[in-house]
Design a protein around this ligand. Structure first.
Ligand code: GLU
Length: 273
């Protein structure tokens, strides 16, 4: 039997750091006897830069990793995302609320529940129909309409096991997530599901910070009739103060360690592999 198809899906918005190295090495380790793919998640065109993309290729090659060509770029995929949005139209509505509108609509935002994308949307625009959607609108998923039965998915990483997620959880703890941002095209949740299916990914390997967003992806795959994916969420690499590494942590950029003479084996050791 063929091994799993996994993917590493960085955004070219800054240098890869030790956390990315750990993620990439885990993706390639999990793909033993299978295929590890690379996908460039450049949906946020205001922050994505070709220089960062070139640096990603260079750093990954230096780590000894290789991938089939051509590399999929999300900025080339808008027609596929539009087709998916069209299919999801019965479960979506246009929304023109700003962040400030959302805070104002919540009675006590400081106590307002936080979902995987921040404040849970209060539903102000839920009555609007897709027929009136225009360029000023984001598109949201009407979670109550979309959740016709419990979801389940298999996790092989940090939270290993089979997870069941109820409609009640999705409505109260996740809410009406954004599928398409005003002026930016597809949002992450939609793009990742459409692309994983398009690339034949069987196991999504990524940081455990995305675990809470996973039921959204399982739901979108179900609504779009796409094959289920297994998930492998790995631990996060933290600094001495216990904070997770961010793009701005140049000091921990792979390029910095390379310049100081570190070897790929040193990097493996630093991230505990
Ligand atoms: N582009 C995402 C990131 O850089 C990864 C998304 C995923 O693996 O599903 O965190």
């Amino acid at each position: 039997m063929a091994g799993p198809v996994t993917r590493f899906a960085p955004s070219p918005t800054g240098p890869l750091h030790l956390g990315h190295a750990f993620s990439a090495l885990t993706v390639w380790d999990r793909a033993k006897n299978g295929t590890a793919l690379l996908r460039i998640e450049d949906l946020d065109r205001s922050r994505a830069r070709p220089e960062w993309e070139a640096q990603i290729f260079d750093d990954l090659h230096w780590l000894g990793l290789d991938w089939p060509l051509p590399v999929l770029r999300q900025s080339d995929r808008q027609p596929a995302y539009d087709a998916a949005l069209e299919r999801l139209a019965p479960f979506t509505y246009p929304c023109r609320c700003t962040r400030a509108d959302i805070r104002a609509a919540l009675n006590a935002p400081q106590e307002g529940a936080l979902g995987p994308d921040g404040l849970i949307y209060p539903g102000t625009c839920r009555h609007r129909s897709m027929a009136e959607a225009g360029p000023e609108d984001a598109i949201r998923l009407d979670m109550a309409k979309a959740m016709t039965g419990a979801l389940s998915f298999l996790e092989t990483g940090v939270h290993a096991g089979c997870h069941a997620v109820s409609a009640d959880h999705m409505i109260r703890k996740v809410g009406d997530v954004i599928l398409s941002r005003r002026g930016m095209g597809a949002a992450y949740h939609l793009a990742v599901v459409v692309d994983d299916a398009f690339q034949g990914v069987t196991e999504a390997v990524r940081g455990v910070d995305l675990f809470d967003a996973t039921p959204i992806h399982v739901l979108l795959a179900r609504l779009l009739d796409l094959p289920p994916v297994t998930y492998h969420h790995h631990r996060l690499i933290r600094d001495e103060k216990g904070r997770r590494l961010a793009k701005r942590d140049d000091a921990r950029a792979l390029a910095t360690f390379r310049a100081e003479g570190a070897t790929p084996d040193d990097i493996r050791r630093m991230v505990g592999l």
